[in-house]
Design a protein around this ligand. Structure first.
Ligand code: NAP
Length: 277
């Protein structure tokens, strides 16, 4: 039996390395593979899962939204975000979940003991990952979230999306050309894909930042984006996207196999991933 991560492109996915390590460790006798697919294949893949020919699926770009229409049930979180990254079976129903947000918060809590309650967060990006993280941050009762994105309309859309669900949420629009976080900001998160190519860097005015600020870039390849290097150079605590990738994978693994992975499982896989690229 097999599990797949599906997307296009899929060549660089670290998910097979992560899941196959845990599958072997827990002697599940399965294999996790990557598969580049066209949109037309989504229906048959979900049917294969329903018929027991596949054990589980991870969904990555560009199908996180498209897959929803083929599923029987979608979790509250995934519905809130409008994107799925994990598909699994319960009884005879096919379920969809999004584990990105919880992966992010778990990773940061474990690495830095960060307590989200009442904190001010500054988010670059208004794509799928941003929605997932913001949904989780709202659940953690942060005080305020600033959001900025290259395409202004998408920032406005994101703020409207979350405000419609809860008017009390403090979400503040920031112009992309005016990136100057104030000293009230506790955490800056880059959720854009800007920085995946060499030598790209977003310009941020760092003059007002507090010493205790934490910077997270959810990109894991390269290991250090130009932006992360810049924050590191200024002495801020930084985290790249690898911890998030592994934590969100651990949540998927639990949904498929009902096995709750411990910190040793997480650390072992992290070392393997770090050595692999
Ligand atoms: P997405 O939905 O396609 O969103 C892409 C985001 O990046 C948008 O905000 C987009 O802005 C912005 N962007 C792209 N190119 C840009 C550029 N040249 N300048 C400024 N902004 C740019 O993708 P996603 O799912 O949110 O993923 C975003 C990144 O997060 C990817 O690098 C992905 O690998 C990473 N990620 C990591 C994890 C993890 O576990 N570590 C999980 C999920 C995602 P516009 O709206 O203006 O296009």
């Amino acid at each position: 039996m097999t599990l797949f991560v599906i997307g296009k492109p899929i060549k660089h996915s670290l998910s097979p390395l992560i899941h196959n390590y845990w599958i072997k460790k827990y002697q599940l006798g399965l294999e996790y593979k990557k598969m580049e697919v066209e949109k037309e294949s989504l229906f048959s893949l979900v049917e294969n899962l329903r018929e027991g020919k596949i054990t589980g699926l991870n969904i990555t770009l560009p199908y996180k939204r498209d897959i929803i229409s083929y599923l029987d049930k979608v979790s509250h979180t995934a519905k809130d975000i409008g994107a799925i990254n994990t598909v699994f079976i319960r009884g005879n129903k096919v379920y969809g979940e999004n584990t990105d947000g919880i992966g992010f918060t778990r990773a940061l809590e474990k690495k830095t003991k960060f307590n989200f309650s009442n904190k001010s967060i500054y988010i670059l990006g208004a794509g799928g990952a941003s929605y997932g993280i913001i949904s989780e941050l709202i659940g953690k009762k942060v005080a305020k979230i600033y959001v900025t994105n290259r395409t202004k309309q998408k920032t406005i859309q994101l703020i409207k999306h979350f405000k419609t669900k809860n008017k009390e949420i403090k979400l503040e629009f920031v112009e992309w050309k005016d990136l100057a976080p104030n000293s009230d900001v506790d955490l800056i998160i880059n959720t854009t894909s800007f920085g995946m190519k060499d030598n790209e860097c977003i310009k941020i005015n760092m003059n007002n930042l507090r010493d205790t600020l934490i910077f997270v870039d959810i990109i894991y390849s390269p290991k250090e984006t130009e932006l992360l290097k810049l924050f590191k150079k200024e002495g801020f605590v930084c985290m790249n996207g690898l911890n998030m990738l592994i934590e969100q994978a651990a949540v998927s693994f639990e949904l498929w196999f009902n096995i709750s992975l411990n910190n040793k499982d997480i650390e072992e896989v992290k070392n393997i991933c770090e050595a692999s690229y």
